[in-house]
Design a protein around this ligand. Sequence first.
Ligand SMILES: [Zn+2]
Length: 287
Amino acid sequence: MATMLPSILSVDVEDWFHVLDVPGAPALDTWAALPSRVEANFHKLLDLFSASGARGTCFFLGWVAERFPHLVKEAARRGHEIASHGYAHRLAFELSRQEFVDDARKARQILEDIAGSPVEGYRSAGFSVTDATPWFFDGLIEAGYRYDSSVFPAAREHGGMASAARAPHRMDVAGGSLVEFPITVADLLGQALCFFGGGYLRIFPLPLITAMAEKVLREGRPVVFYIHPREIDPTHPRVAMGLRRRFKSYVNLRTTEPKLRALLARFPVTSFRDFQARFPAAIGAVQ
Ligand SMILES: [Zn+2]
């Protein structure tokens, strides 16, 4: 059996009001007037990571980086990789190719100016690469990126690419070559599910998450964990939304921090950049 791979720790660095696809979601021109919680929450996350000796990849929203550049610098100082979550948190499938490229490039340039080093990685708002965005990967290369972690290879309420490859792989597209790290899914009772981030991490019990992570690692894939700063802040303000969506957005917030601590104690993690440098053989050609 091959050596067990480390897993990957990722944070989408955004605020409590950066929720998607609900009528009550605040518009971009109102964000600056809302009471921000991202500074305190991100510092708390960084401390939690430091206590576990964990390093990972921080996908900053360009808008957040612009307002709080010291958060980018602090993450880099603590050894985390700086990557991009786009500028304005727009769903890729609601943009034209050019709007997408402009948003992704703007975020990269802001982050590189602050960090003083190249930004290679991208994650789209809401994992919004779908069959409706055939220009997505080519557009990312045009915007200056080298890898992506936006594909959700299972059914999902908005987005999702159920037939996409599950393991990290290199893809050759018109503009060049890009590495894709899909969000990790695993089969439970014949259904492909994610257990390792966002609402999934909050809903599923820790013993199940742990067992599914071990299964993924035995299959020779790294587990991609993902977290948002608001998820360790159970009392953050709520965005108005329907009952079903409210459940998914806010259920079990109190469990996130203890689950995260337990997972980081059990599973060695690293950043996407470090993983690619150390385990090139774990990145396959596209299936
Ligand atoms: Zn996001």
